[in-house]
Design a protein around this ligand. Structure first.
Ligand code: NAD
Length: 360
């Protein structure tokens, strides 16, 4: 029975995961070796909980209880006694391996989970004692709002450990877990890779990034086009995931990391967080296209909106088909995962069924 949760890393994801667990009634300890990150934890929690109260998602009492349910600790050893550890430290393999080697001794009975986006869970857990109680529990950003959680079992994960973590996510946190194998990018990051990579092939001097985004919104009915999304996620983070998946899959040509994105990352134009990406931002609001991104586009002819969307969707559907044929996940799980993680109105297989315009 999971009651005490430990979160490792008080960054973007760690704070959100801690809040979600505390809102759901669990007692949560958060460890971060950076004093500044620990010091910022109460204010970040307070701000996010206040916003949930203002939006009517939590009562004042629930927010207060959640706030007091989280405590920060500066020593990893203070996490002893946790029933479940969720690690949300930087995406660096050796750093995560070191952490799990230590955590498996500090918490000899607890379940040990990583929130990695693109690394192999088995590789992360390589030095953990008793790998049968290790797994991946991949939340999406922001964890308090996103319903999907990808649950990754390695060959070593014991079925009882997986079931306990599954029940925690489903019943304890009221999220939607999907069962996924330990493959590069899991479901969503893998299926959606062509959305970002192909979009950069489609954009050119006559079909701008804005035109591609507009096609996706108007024809596909999705909330954000690929360039808007990359700016939100961070071009650097998104590119790192593309590179990790590309390398792990043996460098397939279709997923070649785009030069355009690399050029912008090299210039420090990494999206909203830097005020410049594919678009320009002022006070957090999009104010127009980034002329440096536009100048770096290839020469090309204009494409109709329907063709742009069909090409992008076709690439996403083909990637989804690869996942099914590799035995990574079933079509219904892929549809559920993409809809919940991307807020898309349909999943790739639902689209393929209904939309004859999908270009293979
Ligand atoms: P982040 O950079 O915002 O936060 C990482 C935190 O870890 C920082 O506060 C840092 O001080 C701390 N840290 C550094 N070294 C540490 C150590 N040795 N032990 C414990 N903590 C340490 O990163 P993030 O965006 O929250 O990502 C964390 C993890 O979650 C990564 O594995 C990432 O791939 C994954 N993830 C991120 C997102 C996202 O959208 N940002 C979504 C899903 C999964």
């Amino acid at each position: 029975m999971i009651q005490r949760v430990a979160v490792v890393g008080a960054g973007t994801m760690g704070v959100g995961i801690a809040q979600l667990c505390a809102q759901s009634g669990f007692s949560v300890k958060v460890h971060d070796p950076e004093p500044a990150a620990l010091a910022a934890l109460p204010a970040k929690l307070r701000q996010s909980l206040d916003s949930a109260v203002l939006k009517g998602r939590l009562s004042t009492q629930q927010a207060e209880r959640a706030f007091h349910g989280v405590s920060g600790v500066s020593e990893l050893g203070d996490l002893a006694g946790a029933d479940l550890v969720i690690e949300a430290a930087p995406e660096i393999l050796t750093l995560k391996q070191d952490l799990f080697e230590k955590l498996s001794e500090i918490c000899p009975e607890g379940l040990l989970a990583t929130n990695t986006s693109s690394l192999s869970v088995a590789a992360i857990m390589k030095r953990a004692r008793s790998p049968e109680r290790t797994l991946g529990v991949h939340f999406f950003n922001p964890p308090v709002a996103m319903k999907l959680v990808e649950m990754i079992r390695t060959d070593a994960t014991h079925p009882d450990a997986f079931r306990a973590a599954w029940d925690f996510v489903l019943t304890g946190l009221r999220r939607t877990p999907v069962d996924v194998k330990d493959v590069p990018g899991f479901i969503v990051n893998r299926v959606m890779r062509p959305y970002y990579v192909t979009a950069q092939r489609l954009a050119n001097s006559r079909t701008s990034c804005a035109a591609v985004d507009e096609s996706c919104r108007s024809v596909g009915g999705v909330p954000m086009g690929p360039f808007e999304l990359m700016d939100l996620i961070g071009l650097d983070t998104n590119l790192a995931i593309t590179k990790a998946i590309y390398e792990a899959l043996g460098r397939p040509e279709r997923l070649t990391p785009p030069t355009l994105q690399q050029t912008l990352v090299d210039k420090g134009m990494i999206g909203r967080k830097s005020g410049k990406g594919f678009y320009l931002y002022a006070d957090g609001k999009k104010i127009g296209e980034n002329p440096e991104a536009t100048a770096a586009l290839s020469q090309g002819a204009a494409s109709p909106a329907q063709d742009i969307w069909s090409n992008l969707l076709g690439a996403v559907v083909s990637e989804a088909e690869c996942l099914v044929s590799e035995g990574t996940a079933g079509a219904p799980d892929i549809d559920t995962a993409v809809k919940l993680a991307m807020n898309f109105p349909k999943g790739p297989f639902e689209w393929r069924k209904e939309n004859t315009a999908v270009k293979p």
